[in-house]
Ligand binder design. Structure first.
Ligand SMILES: [Zn+2]
Length: 136
């Protein structure tokens, strides 16, 4: 055992471990990606795509101008009004409220007004279904 060196063998082992960690840090810094250059051939090789986006107006209760996806014409939609389950429920509710005061004829109001029905929009040229709208 060498008593003149004054170095504990355990401390020597710790010093070697610290040196190993420092060398790994240097290796990590070398792996950084290269900086961006505007003459990169991968970026300039992409084709330019021009795309036309048509924004459709939302459907309403009445007819609206709409771009038909089938005949590609801008048309005024043809609307069919359909009674739905909610139309019948509203008529029954009004009938129940007005039955005692003999005004139950008001229950026919949801069947007369297009506001309480589902509006189905069709193209007048090719009769394609374009969508539906319901307020209820
Ligand atoms: Zn059409």
């Amino acid at each position: 055992m060498d008593l003149n060196s004054g170095v504990n063998p355990v401390q020597v082992g710790c010093d070697r471990a610290e040196l190993h960690i420092q060398s790994e840090t240097v290796t990590y810094n070398r792996a950084a990606p290269p900086p961006y250059s505007p003459t990169d051939p991968a970026v300039t090789a992409q084709p330019i795509i021009h795309q036309t986006i048509i924004i459709q107006a939302p459907l309403k209760t009445g007819p609206i101008f709409f771009n038909c996806p089938r005949c590609h014409e801008r048309v005024l939609t043809k609307v069919k009004y359909i009674n739905t389950k909610k139309t019948h429920m509203l008529a029954g509710f009004i009938c129940g409220l007005t039955f005692w005061c003999l005004l139950c004829c008001l229950a026919a109001l949801p069947y007369c007004l297009p506001t309480f029905k589902k509006a189905e929009h069709y193209c007048p040229n090719c009769n394609t279904f374009l969508g539906d709208y319901s307020k209820l």
